[in-house]
Design a protein around this ligand. Structure first.
Ligand code: GCO
Length: 454
């Protein structure tokens, strides 16, 4: 048997990712305001087993230990998100200094160990006060977001080289305001395009604020501002025109709406024609699309699997239904389909040649600690190995991918599903908060040390 090694380019950034509400805990500590996720998880019936992010991984208090563990793995970058209501508890510009200080300490600890920080400004935890004024249905929220972003560029811009405005605006819009499975739990499908538009508008305003702060991306380096999209490939269940059409619409809602707005400064015509009879079309003010589509420095791709779509006339939105994923699947029920990462990268690339980061990729398993204290997660290693080989293939074909972040650093709060979906390189015992590096963490350490995959 011949073994081949895939070498990654020098300077390729290896990291892991988290999000504030999923790990920080300390939900009301040191003056933090309530977020829509606090509110949602405190509402009975919203989260499985009634779990909440009140404590989560207690990262707010244990960040120093967590940064030490990152250094032990040899991580070169860490993607985290900033909880807006920790900074501005009321959604206005009244600062909670202690909230800002927390992120200063975190970023200082990262930099001391040479770990490059990538901060996401919005990973779904809107200040509840803004939700009470309509949340993302209200155009004004985009203006508040721009103020929040500008404040952070001013106060942390010198320490944080990489900024992502939003994480997966599709999920915020459709799951937050459409089917209500995620916070704020609103079920008003007709508003989702308006929500999506305001999220994108706020992205554009934040990019503008970043440029106004005088910061510039350095060519060839790891710096600048972008957005993180969920890009999963969509495949029709068959070649029948009905399946193909259903697939096109789902891909349109999840991927093309965002990619076309950001890269082509317009929403896809076919989606507008389709949605016009089903949803409210957003009010697009003059200049909005120019703001949304102004150049960014990078795009972040979150990719885990593919979706296979079949026609289903009962579905009012896209006339589509997701086909039961093929085995093998993950603890999320997602198909393990390694070419998904290749296809996601190639899809984005067809819109423009922009530096890319894989900002999330990983697998949920039911990891348990053995009697020997080890967490043997060979399936995670196999997942990462096969997906990284596919990523390497995309790069060999010319895709400008600058880094890869495993989702996730720690086992954490998987939103409405609670704590039993374990995505971490590090096992967390939620009763004791004890952290244990899984086998995959050691495997990743070796990969990072050689910058190559065997
Ligand atoms: C997402 C979010 C993460 C999730 C992860 C696993 O992609 O939904 O960015 O917060 O935890 O993707 O579902």
């Amino acid at each position: 048997m011949t073994t081949s090694r895939h070498h990654f380019p020098p300077g390729f950034l290896w990291g892991a990712a988290t999000a504030a509400y999923q790990i920080e805990g300390a939900w009301n500590a040191d003056g933090k305001g309530e977020s829509i996720w606090d509110h949602f998880s405190h509402t009975p019936g919203r989260i499985r087993r009634g779990e909440t992010g009140d404590v989560a991984c207690d990262h707010y208090h244990r960040y120093a230990e967590d940064v030490d563990l990152m250094a032990e793995i040899g991580l070169q970058s860490y993607r985290f998100s900033i909880a807006w209501p920790r900074i501005f508890p009321h959604g206005d510009t009244a600062l909670n200094q202690k909230g800002l200080d927390f992120y200063r300490r975190l970023v200082a600890a990262l930099r001391e160990r040479g770990i490059v920080p990538m901060a996401t400004l919005y990973h779904w935890d809107l200040p509840q006060k803004l939700q009470e004024r309509g949340g993302w249905v209200n155009r004004d929220t985009a203006m508040r977001f721009a103020e929040y972003a500008a404040f952070l560029f001013e106060h942390l811009g010198a320490e944080i080289p990489l900024w992502a405005t939003h994480n997966e605006p599709f999920i915020s819009a459709y799951f937050g305001y459409g089917n209500g499975e995620k916070a704020p739990g609103v079920r008003r499908f007709w508003d989702v395009l308006t929500v999506g538009h305001h999220l994108l508008l706020s992205h554009g305003l934040a990019v503008q604020a970043y440029r106004a702060s005088g910061r510039r991306a350095e060519a060839g380096g790891h710096s600048g501002i972008g957005i993180v999209l969920m890009i999963w490939p969509h495949h029709p269940a068959s070649a029948s025109p009905r399946d193909v059409q259903a697939n096109r619409l789902v891909d349109g809602a999840m991927n093309r709406m965002f990619l076309e707005a950001l890269f082509c400064r317009r929403y896809p015509d076919d989606m507008w024609q389709h949605f016009r009879r089903r949803l409210m079309l957003p009010r697009v003010a003059p200049g909005d699309m120019e703001l949304i589509g102004q150049p960014m420095d990078f795009l972040g791709i979150n990719t885990y699997t593919r979706v296979v779509n079949a026609a289903n006339w009962r579905d009012l939105l896209a006339g589509a239904q997701q086909v039961t994923p093929q085995e093998p699947t993950t603890a999320m029920g997602w198909e393990i389909y390694p070419p998904s990462i290749y296809e996601s990268v190639m899809k984005v690339r067809s819109y423009g040649d922009i530096p890319l980061y894989i900002t999330e990729n990983g697998i949920a398993l039911h990891d348990e600690k053995g009697n020997d204290g080890r967490v043997a997660d060979g399936a995670r290693i196999a997942y990462m190995q096969s997906h990284l080989a596919e990523l390497h293939r995309a790069m060999a074909e010319g895709a400008d991918v600058r880094g890869y972040y495993v989702w996730s650093l720690l086992d954490n709060f998987e939103w409405e599903l609670g704590y039993d979906k374990r995505f971490g390189l590090i096992h967390v015992d939620f009763a004791t908060q004890k952290r244990t590096l899984k086998d995959s963490a050691y495997w990743y350490r070796d990969l990072i040390a050689t910058n190559s995959l065997s």
